[in-house]
Design a protein around this ligand. Structure first.
Ligand SMILES: *Cc1c(COP(=O)(O)O)cnc(C)c1O
Length: 375
């Protein structure tokens, strides 16, 4: 089976991790800070806190922005459940903003309308979490202007988008958001096994997230050298030095990973000639990292047929994502379907795209796709 995504691990990664295993620190050593500096430097953000998953980073980001009981948090339904769960961890309430049906990205028009209504009803959210679905940045400039108008905070769920560009800069510089989060799960752009990071230009948010990452405990120069104080209820969301070492080694190849994924995307765009599907819409404001390469078929029956056909031919295409509000847990909370998210979901399917996809495999996938539906 050719998967839709796969990690790339080489001897250098393994050697570097072994070196850390032989060192004095498996965790809370020098590698985590080194990794944080490397990622914040790459993205041109002021501060970074590495944690054990992007889910943890999203949770701490919400807490740093003061999300709590009674608050609303809005996100995109075309995402992994973690984008919404983070708000529930803070005892807040979740609602969803509809997407553009052809890109899967949060619709600025839908956001503006929903904010205007919420303002009139006195139910503005505390935070909105746009998701850079498939590796393409949302229109963050417009989202930021709209959010500022209503004094709403913005967290970018950029789990797909490490290495992507937006308006001549790297996604992650936090120019249009309070906090930006990346994931290092094996299917994402680079991996630490499990891991995530929160980037911010605010020293206040940085210090809050840093403290909450490790039990809410802090040390200060006023205290005796052995003492630490807990002022908040934090967590153990720390990243290990073993994981950070893998991340540092992987980061050296991020440029190659992005280049290869963009090359595969170009091949798909140029060589797929089956009128039964088309690639999702790509914006001209930037360039995707192509964590995913989703295409849109005409309707849900064709999507099912294409999924079965590809699996029969050894191609493990996948569907990203079932709208979060369709999950039984969210349905029970009264979340309702949104028209464009439905329209996006029923047609979408992700084709294989990853660094080690060979040109033979790629050509086979393209040929198989072009033959789909030709009796
Ligand atoms: C992978 C992913 C997450 C969660 O990341 P973890 O590191 O696995 O916790 C959150 N949001 C999106 C959009 C993702 O793709």
């Amino acid at each position: 089976m050719i998967p839709y995504g796969r990690q790339n691990i080489i001897e250098e990664d393994i050697n570097d991790v072994c070196e850390t295993l032989r060192s004095d620190f498996l965790t809370q050593g020098p590698k985590v800070a080194e990794f944080e500096q490397a990622i914040s430097g790459y993205c041109q953000a002021k501060h970074a806190v590495a944690v054990n998953s992007a889910t943890s980073a999203l949770h701490l980001a919400c807490l740093a922005l003061g999300v709590g009981v009674g608050d609303w948090v809005w996100t995109s339904p075309i995402s992994f459940v973690a984008s919404a769960n983070c708000a529930l961890y803070c005892n807040a309430k979740v609602d969803f903003v509809d997407v553009d049906a052809d890109s899967g990205l949060m619709s600025v028009t839908a956001l503006e309308e929903k904010l205007a209504t919420a303002f009139a009803e006195g139910k503005l959210p505390k935070v909105i979490i746009p998701v850079h679905f498939s590796g393409q940045s949302c229109d963050m400039q417009a989202i930021s202007i709209t959010a500022k108008k209503y004094k709403v905070h913005v967290i970018e769920d950029a789990c797909h988008a490490l290495g992507a560009d937006y308006l001549e800069s790297k996604v992650g510089n936090c120019e249009y958001s309070d906090i930006c989060v990346f994931s290092f799960h094996p299917v994402k752009m680079i991996t630490t096994g499990e891991g995530g990071i929160a980037l911010t230009n605010s020293i206040t948010y940085y210090e809050k997230i840093m403290t909450l990452r490790s039990h809410g405990v802090s040390k200060s120069r006023q205290l005796p050298p052995w003492a630490y104080e807990q002022h908040h209820l934090g967590y153990n969301y720390r990243m290990s030095d073993i994981a950070a070492t893998l991340g540092l080694s992987q980061l050296k190849r991020l440029g190659n990973f992005v280049t290869k994924r963009r090359h595969i995307a170009t091949q798909y765009k140029e060589k797929l000639n089956n009128f039964r599907f088309k690639p999702i819409l790509q914006s001209k404001q930037g360039e995707s990292s192509f964590h995913l390469y989703p295409v849109l078929v005409t309707d849900s029956d064709t999507r099912k047929a294409l999924y079965d056909y590809l699996h029969l031919n050894g191609i493990a295409a996948q569907v990203h994502y079932i709208p979060i509000y369709q999950q039984p847990y969210y349905k029970k909370m009264g979340c309702v379907p949104l028209p464009n998210s439905e329209r996006c979901y029923e047609r979408i399917i992700s084709l294989p795209i990853f660094y080690d996809l060979t040109s033979d495999e790629l050509n086979f996938v393209i040929q198989t796709l072009n033959d789909f539906g030709e009796a």
